[in-house]
Design a protein around this ligand. Structure first.
Ligand code: G6P
Length: 607
């Protein structure tokens, strides 16, 4: 993770670098720093903790210079202290890095043996020394970088500043994203187009292994064999306005509330209301020929995939394997050529998911990607790109991206069912109708916000919370538990309701709230039986169901949350709302940092 930005500018850069970091803070926020060249010397300002600390530091001691680099960190090697904060520097060079240099230990030992002194515990500092050594021996910046890059194993996006070349920066990427921005007499580097949005919309995406020399006049890009290459310049279309919270206290609340709108926006590109059909973008492979689907994702996106597994199997009768990305590659999965591998990601940059995608490509799978950032690495490597239109998601806990993923996955499942001959036009029309109703039902779910806020104090004192659900509500239980632990730091577990008796029931007492997700329907009775097993042991239940379900089983619950009665296909979209709101209000009641919870980051670009 980590976010990086660099500017070779006409004017002072410190403020603009800081602004860029604000837009990158979602990538990590445990320390930050900037460096520039001024009067023939490299100057740095770094600070532990949130960006506000670095901003104070820059007020106390302004950083002059028209060429600079900056970094916001999510620690991998070395604690989040000031000395481990980037940029890392020698007298000759300073650099910022996103990724992990996996072979840093032998490189560090080699450098120490040559008499180099290290100031940090990071993996990154070896790169600064390796480049610096060559520069000190008389190499040009280009020669030095060209020699060092092949020595680095792992993943990196780098931006490097040179004391003796105040009008130049060098960037490089392998595994971690890096873009070049073209301005008027200025050139930029950044982890994403969002970081550069106020500076320019003209963006070139570097390919794997590319490195680039940027000056005020422009950029010269080289591929991994050091051959000069051109990369297309596109208009990013990302808004330069600072993303704001509207009239909400947190981005997470704003994003929960945006869901009816962004889900409707997403559905618009997958539903043809007039024809009562589900539509996918054009593809150059035969969807009807797909015999097996492999879904791979991380975190909340993985839970969207788990829900979709029910849909692909129920509607299209296509068997689905599903894995978290960090496990997928290393278990050497059996992948028959021609299978469909489906990757789900908000950012499109999660390192584990991207590595899994490349593994699947090498195994001759067709690559489909459900992604929220259409310019991301995953989007660019897809055979079938299925964008969600959630807009930028800033809160670290994913909310609107999740429900938009569900909307796309439901459309994909219906489409697959149709081409497989398993969905009649009437059934398809019914699906289109119910999906179109989802935004209104989500609005209805949002109207319970105040009630949920009022009951948050019942959960806030708990040390452990259990979430139970059956069928497609089981992954929702997992997502509920993830949301709660991410932002309130309460230990929470999601369990298949019927599996509770095989272990977690031992935890039940009156101090462990149990959240039961049970819309009325064929599985309701069974889930309610499990709920009664909890109540019989003194457990305190919060039941999330519809009016019918609450009338049948609400008595004896600590609290109930009433959802509208909806078609099973859109249950996950609607029930996501109370699950998110509950976690949100508990976190607010506990006073935690809702949008930037400790130790987490929005997109994890290290394996
Ligand atoms: C991080 C975030 C999660 C997210 C996961 C996958 O862990 O904190 O909220 O679900 O990454 O991210 P992706 O961008 O691939 O969906």
């Amino acid at each position: 993770m980590c976010g990086i930005i660099g500017i070779v500018g006409k004017e002072e850069v410190a403020d603009r670098l800081l602004d860029g970091l604000r837009r990158l803070e979602y990538r990590g926020y445990d320390s930050a720093g900037v460096a520039s060249v001024h009067d023939g010397a490299i100057e740095r300002r770094r600070a532990e903790g949130k960006l506000a600390n670095l901003a104070k530091e820059l007020v106390a001691e302004p950083l002059p210079g028209t060429t600079g680099i900056a970094h916001t960190r999510w620690a991998t090697h070395g604690a989040p202290t000031t000395s481990n904060a980037h940029p890392h520097a020698t007298q000759e060079v300073a650099l910022v890095h996103n990724g992990i240099i996996e072979n840093f230990k032998p490189l560090r030992e080699e450098l120490i043996a040559r008499g180099r002194h290290f100031d940090s515990q990071t993996d990154t500092e070896v790169v600064a020394h390796l480049v610096s050594e060559l520069v000190e021996q008389g190499a040009s910046p280009q020669e030095a970088v060209q020699q060092v890059l092949p020595r680095l194993h792992g993943a990196f996006a780098l931006a490097i500043l040179f004391r003796r070349h105040p009008d130049l920066l060098i960037g490089a990427r392998l595994g971690s994203p890096l873009v070049v921005g073209y301005g008027e007499g200025e050139t930029y580097l950044g982890s994403d187009a969002l970081a550069l949005a106020p500076l320019t919309q003209r963006i070139a995406y570097l390919d794997e292994g590319d490195w680039v020399v940027i000056t005020r006049e422009g950029a010269q890009i080289f591929d991994r064999d050091n051959v000069p290459v051109e990369r297309p310049v596109t208009l990013s279309g990302v808004s330069g306005a600072m993303i704001d919270k509207g009239n909400h206290r947190h981005f997470m609340a704003k994003e929960i509330y945006e869901q009816p709108v962004v889900v409707a926006q997403t559905l618009r590109s997958y539903l043809r209301r007039m024809e009562n059909q589900v539509a996918l973008p054009d593809m150059d492979f035969d969807l009807a020929g797909v015999r097996r689907i492999t879904i791979v994702a991380c975190g909340t996106s993985y839970y969207a995939g788990l829900i979709a597994k029910y849909w692909f199997e129920t509607f299209a009768r296509v068997p689905v394997d599903i894995d978290v990305a960090s496990e997928f590659r290393y278990r050497d999965p059996v992948l028959e050529p021609g299978g469909l591998a489906l990757f789900i990601s908000q950012s499109g940059e999660t390192a584990d998911t991207l590595a899994a995608l490349r593994h699947a490509r090498a195994e001759r799978q067709i690559i489909a990607v459900v992604v929220n950032v259409p310019t991301s690495s995953m989007a660019r490597e897809a055979d079938l790109l299925l964008p969600t239109h959630a807009g930028p998601e800033i809160g670290v806990a994913s909310t609107k991206a999740f429900t938009c993923q569900l909307a796309v996955l439901a459309a994909l499942a219906a489409n697959l069912a149709r081409v497989k001959g398993r969905l009649s036009p009437e059934e398809e029309a019914e699906i289109v109708y119910h999906l179109s109703e989802a935004p209104a039902a989500m609005n209805d779910a949002l109207s319970h916000d105040e009630e949920i806020e009022a009951m948050a104090h019942l959960i806030a004192p708990a040390r452990d919370v259990l979430y139970l659900g059956r069928g497609q509500d089981y992954p929702m239980a997992l997502e509920g538990a993830l949301k709660l632990k991410e932002i309130s730091y309460i230990h929470a577990e999601g369990y298949a309701a019927g599996e509770m008796k095989h272990g977690p029931i031992a935890l039940i007492d009156d101090a462990v709230p149990v959240i039961v997700i049970a819309p009325s329907g064929p599985l309701f009775e069974k889930t309610v039986s499990n709920m009664q097993e909890v109540q019989a042991r003194g457990g305190k239940v919060v039941l999330i169901s519809d009016a019918e379900g609450i009338a049948a089983a609400g008595d004896g619950c600590m609290a109930t949350i009433e959802m509208p009665r909806v078609h099973p296909l859109i249950v996950p979209l609607v029930y996501a709302v109370p699950v998110q709101l509950l976690a949100y209000h508990v976190a607010v009641a506990k006073g935690t940092d809702v949008d930037q919870p400790r130790n987490l980051a929005k997109s994890v670009t290290v394996e």
